[in-house]
Design a protein around this ligand. Structure first.
Ligand code: G3D
Ligand code: MG
Length: 178
């Protein structure tokens, strides 16, 4: 892509091991590895795409690299974010209970911006601890979009990222007009 019409920054939020890094790699490279050894700080990935109505878009995707517990880092990480994917693991109830903290940090730092809730690891049906209905309800209560995904099979991953990116573009272009 020569020069994108839009550059959007999105962040992945959620507890360690919910599958953030796996989801980004699935979206950016369409691949899945059993292990992504966590790097320090943040992983920064870029994906260029063509979006109907908007043309060339460059998505800068920020992925917390094993520093999920350092609250002091979150503000810096969220700086300038246009939206976020907030992820829990459908086989881990604790990761679902912690969602308020992630959504709260985002809203405190960035205000009202597009947020997409993801229940990941949907391929592990026999280990499921959080029902799809609970996820849907949480999303509705917090005005977020929602989908269950599997970074392992790739199910719904592209759809989730693209829907979030389109919501972000709709918001940004609304601001341009006002
Ligand atoms: P994080 O970046 O949020 O910390 P990772 O999470 O992407 O590192 O994933 C944590 C573990 O969950 C990894 O396994 C990874 O392979 C696994 N995982 C991620 N997404 C899925 C999924 O959709 N389905 C299944 N079955 N597993 C998934 P390890 O064994 O490396 O801890
Ligand atoms: Mg990671």
């Amino acid at each position: 892509m020569v020069e994108p019409n839009y550059i959007v920054k999105l962040c992945l939020l959620g507890e360690a091991a919910v599958g953030k890094t796996s989801l980004v790699y699935r979206f950016v490279q369409n691949s899945f590895r059993e292990s992504y050894k966590s790097t320090l700080g943040v992983n920064l990935l870029k994906k260029d795409m063509i979006v109907d109505k908007y043309g060339g878009v460059s998505a800068q995707i920020w992925d917390l690299g094993g520093q999920e517990s350092f609250k002091s880092l979150r503000k810096l990480y969220l700086e300038g974010a246009n939206g976020a994917l907030v992820i829990y693991d459908t086989t881990n109830a604790k990761s679902f209970k912690k969602l308020d903290e992630w959504v709260g940090s985002f809203k405190d730092t960035r205000g009202v911006k597009p947020l997409f809730l993801i229940g990941n690891k949907a391929d592990l049906k026999e280990k499921m601890k959080v029902s799809e209905e609970e996820g849907r309800q949480y999303a509705e209560d917090n005005k977020m979009s929602f989908m269950v995904t599997s970074a392992k099979t790739g199910n719904n991953v592209e759809m989730a990222f693209k829907t979030l990116i389109e919501s972000i573009l709709d918001e940004i272009s609304k601001d341009d007009l006002s």
